[in-house]
Design a protein around this ligand. Structure first.
Ligand SMILES: [Zn+2]
Length: 77
């Protein structure tokens, strides 16, 4: 599956930082992941990947934990 995200730069007076935002039109490989992502805040805006919570730590995932499909993270310009 492809997860589309884009860069958004938040600029303040003294600092600016980049936030990576997931695009709504990302198509999910399976319903379970889609439900998981919408119920749990699993998108990590700093690294631009979905995460699962494992031993109270956020672990970025490259494969769907439900069906095993590879997740491609695609930056949309
Ligand atoms: Zn899946």
């Amino acid at each position: 599956m492809n997860a589309y995200f884009r860069k958004e730069i938040q600029a303040f007076e003294y600092v600016s930082f980049t936030e990576l935002k997931i695009e709504k039109e990302s198509e999910f490989c399976c319903e379970k992941l889609e439900k998981y992502v919408s119920s749990v805040k699993s998108w990590n805006g700093k690294i631009g990947k979905f995460c699962i919570v494992e031993k109270e730590m956020y672990v970025p995932i490259d494969y769907c934990p439900f069906c095993g499909k590879k997740i491609q993270y695609v930056l949309v310009e």
